[in-house]
Design a binder for this molecule. Sequence first.
Ligand SMILES: *[C@@H]1O[C@H](CO)[C@@H](O)[C@H](O)[C@H]1NC(C)=O
Ligand SMILES: *[C@@H]1O[C@H](CO)[C@@H](O)[C@H](O)[C@H]1NC(C)=O
Length: 436
Amino acid sequence: MATKNAINGKPSSSTRDKKSLFIGLSLTTLLFIAIWYFSEPTMFSYPNIIYSSMLSLNRSHDPPEPTFYDDPELSYTIDKPMRNWDTKRRDWLKLHPTFSSSSSNPRVLLLTGSQPSPCSNPFGDSLLLRCFKNKVDYCRMHGYDIFYNNAFLNPKMKSFWAKISLVRAAMMAHPEVEWIWWMDSDAMFTDMEFKIPFERYSHHNFVVHGWPNLIYEKKSWVAVNAGIFLIRNCQWSMEFLDAWASMGPQSPDYKKWGQTLKSTFQDKMFPESDDQSALIYLLLKEKRKWGDMIYIENEYSLHGYWVGIVGKLDDISTKYVAISKKIRKLRRRRAEAVTESYGGLWAEYLEKIGGERKDSWRRPFITHFTGCQPCSGNHNPDYIGDSCWVGMEKALNFADNQVLRNFGFTHTHLENTSAISLPFDYPGGDDFEDLV
Ligand SMILES: *[C@@H]1O[C@H](CO)[C@@H](O)[C@H](O)[C@H]1NC(C)=O
Ligand SMILES: *[C@@H]1O[C@H](CO)[C@@H](O)[C@H](O)[C@H]1NC(C)=O
């Protein structure tokens, strides 16, 4: 309105007073426009203010109304069954509305951990620290929370069973989180841009990497890998964890379960009941109750076996550099916070160079050093010499190159931990939009 008056407004009278009043008004108008113009960034950031306030959590207030936390009967431990968790969680979220999330952009908490004592492998602690750094990097880029546990929450549930007690406690500690993501300490992200397709799992409560034919036809204990999984924070999961843990070392039937699992899975050599065989057993024997809510993922490497990956990392790096030489948008500098938006861009170009085997040049999402035991150093004897440690070093630097790139640096080789700064528009190139 002010602008319009300044342009179209005509003095209705020729009297000096009215003219000066008009000039005065016009000056005020101009001044207003000037202030408005120069303060433009503040005024135009209005939508951003709304957006960021939607995302910001009110951490400074816990309403006095009672919640499940005030119920003395409720326990964080696996030995006491949880009932009506969905209602309890929903009631808590009603009292803490800034913490709810949408199904397309759910809140995620990544859990990982290691033993409380120092590693016996002399460089084990250093490897674990770098594997943890890798997970922190990934979570920061994607806006996820992360928790590292190094306490035994249940003295009987050690080694691979320990995660079940942790997941159970984390579900109660984080009612705002929709998905809990367990990842073994010896697994690392090797594609920092890739985002889990959560919308694909909207009708499932548990996601694990595996092959259905190995579960249902071959009955193999390596049909899935239980070292990495996603579990929804809901009542179903509470009951599922109870069923899963009932085959574990805190159960009086632990010995018996060892025999049952060994006879069910022909390729299982050791007699103890383990978490992975127990998981597959539930899929096989109680498909209606559990299996139908479990998503067996194999379209991307939610778990990638390191032996098949490490030897390809140099070639994969070369392919990605070759593509970014041709496609300017892929070598563009950017803020780390928008890294995720570049994940999908590579797929199209990888398809062009990969042809039929388009996935063979895709960065594996997660590389899992199964059997390497970095902390104890007692790796599987099949992995000769220092192949585990050389492999971890390469994979860690491969991943770290994707992180350092956003800080303007890179490692010179995958075996070299030192870094050099990257020139503008690295790696330069011909900039053909059409990759042949
Ligand atoms: C958090 O919520 C309380 C109670 O509703 C309110 O007084 C306070 O201003 C809120 N804080 C923020 C940062 O929104
Ligand atoms: C690692 O890279 C740095 C910087 O380029 C170089 O000076 C150093 O010699 C390299 N080390 C090895 C072992 O290649």
